[in-house]
Design a protein around this ligand. Sequence first.
Ligand code: GUN
Ligand code: FE
Length: 423
Amino acid sequence: MALTILKGTVISAPALGKLDVTERGYLIAEEGKITGVFPVLPEQYAGAAVEDCGDALILQAPADLHLHAPQYPMMGMGMDLPLLDWLNTYAFPTEARFADPDYAREVYRRLAQDLIANGTTRVCMFSSLHRRATLILMEELEKAGVTGYVGKVNMDRNGAPNLQETTEESVAETLRWLEECGDFRHVRPMVTPRFTPSCTNELMAFLGRLAAERDLPVQSHLSENTAEGAWVRELHPDCAQYWETYAKYGLWNGRTVMAHCVWCDERERRAMKDAGVTAVHCPDSNQNICSGVAPVRVLLREGVKVALGTDVAGGDTLSMLDAAASAIRASKARRVMDSWKTDFLSAVEAWYLAASAGAAFFGQQPGFAQGNSLHALVLDDSRLLQPHPLTPEERLERCLYVRQPGAVRAVWSAGRKVFSAED
Ligand code: GUN
Ligand code: FE
């Protein structure tokens, strides 16, 4: 791992709406940490091995800040129902199968490999409520080179007969899971109340204390769907808004990611900004299960941290390139809904959300900043026809919009080469 030098068209997103491009440039990392991007090879590296990627694009590997591992087998299925019915009819029965460790092993090995083959090297991921399957998931991610956070899901109410814990079970299994996942280096635990309707107040209070005591990050769902929002208000008559049901129990801070945020109003958005909560925009899922169109531009304008997620299997693709294109489309739908008063996202902005904004949750600086852990992706777009010679910006835009099987040629994660299309 000591020294990595990649040569090609190096593209990174150092700020929202900004792109750094170095054609025929060198991306250099030492001991897995980025030294810099250079237009010519610095003298001290003369004679060192260079991985020449030719004319291919060298991009930051994206981060998927919200997806459900046990829903991977049902990806692209059962999109005919809105969220709450969809959970009961499709998601819960699918997740219940992960009581079987052999099944979990088979699915999670595939998922981990497929994530890497799509270039995704960082995740915030929901497992199911099963402790053993969650450990298997973490093991398979670590082995494949996927880094980030995984949560054993907590759900002690409103589940299904074969997919629900008692409060005591949820507490005991969560503690045991935390003990047993001590050895993983790149995949770490995350406190995961499924969403407010799935957790009793007692369980929420335990999870909040746990996150504080062990300094753990938190993930859940927020204001995804109108029926869900109404249900949350019924369950918590003391809370004026959905976010307060998390804040009340200490599950609302700068290490919290909240998926969706489709229906957050100004006050809820302000609470996100003030606490430093990251909103994870999942545009594919929001369309597929009729949740709505998240006000992504308004969230950004108001200073809320925003990243992207696939929300598989509400989402129908693991590709964060697809997710970025979907975010652009969603922002255009939103623009129409907002009487043309909000701007849509540019391709460069969407790519910032998929790559730099996601990496920020893991303590990284935007772009290929010096000192960042090397997470990179080599994308070969040479099979596409060109109407005229393209700029690197145009090439990036096309790589978001156009699905190109086999275009991901190589992937580095945490400094290590974890995928090569040649293998
Ligand atoms: N809210 C609670 N659970 C889920 C889930 O599995 N998927 C989505 N999209 N929303 C949820
Ligand atoms: Fe989700």
